[in-house]
Design a protein around this ligand. Structure first.
Ligand SMILES: [Zn+2]
Length: 368
């Protein structure tokens, strides 16, 4: 038995950004706050949006940090109240979209960012229109928002159907200026999302089919998008892979590799997807022992079995310049037991099909 529910209207294709005025017309927004990553302000996309939506964008909030903070969210909330906003447009990577989604919920409750990450109560939200500029986070089609409270050393994930963006405009042209290092890290996140979801206890036949297609696109195009930033087909296919993986994991949530990543990010500053990819090759092997879907999906992707897919993931990580060992990450091995304990404390650790003990977690990490 399963349900499948995703409320985001997705508009996909090169140049789809230019349809935004027409698509939003019926909603009749009069006061929109634009949340834009600094690169989108610099490269003129925020100005393009202002001209497309003549006079409706009342203020722009930028300077969102890579792991968005309560201060970032509070600055969006403040702008929404000042201009009595009826919608937020977020253009940027996962951090920009996550900050906008948390603010949209806080505005409706009339609370600040810290209150909402403390009680995690979401009762409605302003409409969010999301325009991803990287192919990876897929926040444009998920009900999640991850916010950091640096002062208190917290990273909190909000999860509510009200956090689905109202519209997602997935325009591959917005990713053309994405530098190779960002293409690599966001792209490997797509593979982590898909394989974590296939290895999630919440998987279902629809999510599996979506993730299989997302994996085909990502394995087939990530290296090209990394080596040839101007390759329009590779960019389009990675944008599609990312959005599809997002629709899938909006249902299943992530599992082992994401659970293991959070402490690596919060304590050692390892970028989100590099931290997920660090143990992904191992997690799929454990999950293959529990469920033969992992071998079947590996075969459909052209690999002999999950072991061969695991090796291919490591080859891909090497090609993309991602770090593979604790030495590469400059993390002392004495931290391994704590990294294992922190992973096991993460909510999505329990979503994982293979239920690893603390000793098995330590053993897995020691292979790195
Ligand atoms: Zn991720």
């Amino acid at each position: 038995m399963f349900s499948f529910h995703n409320t985001t209207d997705i508009h996909f294709g090169a140049g789809v950004i230019t349809t935004i005025e027409e698509v939003l017309q019926d909603a009749g927004y009069e006061s929109i706050i634009l949340v834009a990553s600094n690169s989108q302000v610099k490269n003129g996309v925020s100005d393009l949006l202002k001209s497309l939506l003549s006079g409706k964008i009342k203020d722009t909030v930028s300077n969102i940090e890579p792991n968005p903070t309560v201060d970032n969210v509070d600055s969006i909330i403040e702008a929404c109240h000042s201009f009595k906003a009826d919608a937020i447009i977020a253009v940027g990577g996962g951090s920009t979209m996550d900050a906008a989604k948390a603010a949209a919920a806080a505005v409706v409750r009339d609370v600040d960012a810290r209150t909402i990450i403390d009680d995690k109560r979401v009762n409605g939200a302003l409409d969010v229109i999301a325009l991803p500029t990287t192919s990876g986070s897929a926040s444009e089609g998920t009900p999640f928002s991850v916010i950091s409270d640096k002062e208190r050393g917290l990273k909190v994930s909000l999860n509510s159907p009200d956090l689905y963006p109202k519209h997602a405009f997935v325009d591959p042209e917005l990713t053309y200026t994405c530098p190779p290092s960002v293409t690599a890290i966001s792209g490997i996140d797509v593979i982590c999302h898909a394989l974590d979801s296939i290895g999630s206890k919440n998987h279902n036949p629809i999510s599996d089919a979506i993730h299989l297609k997302a994996l085909k696109l990502a394995f087939g195009n990530l290296e090209t998008a990394f080596n040839e930033p101007d390759n329009v087909t590779a960019r389009k296919n990675m944008a599609l892979a990312s959005t599809m993986a997002g629709i899938g994991f909006s249902q299943t949530m992530t599992s082992g590799s994401h659970a293991t990543s959070y402490y690596l990010t919060s304590e050692f500053d390892i970028p989100h997807a590099e931290a997920c990819a660090f143990t992904l090759d191992q997690w799929i092997l454990y999950n293959a022992e529990i469920d033969n879907r992992m071998d079947n999906i590996s075969a459909e992707l052209g690999f002999k079995n999950t072991r061969e897919m695991s090796d291919a993931i490591n080859d891909l990580k090497e090609t993309l310049g991602l770090r593979m060992t604790f030495e590469d990450l400059a993390i002392e091995r004495e931290y391994i037991p704590e990294i294992a304990r922190q992973a096991m404390a993460a909510g999505n650790f329990r979503n994982n099909l293979a239920e690893l003990t603390e000793d098995e977690m330590i053993e897995m990490l020691e292979r790195k």
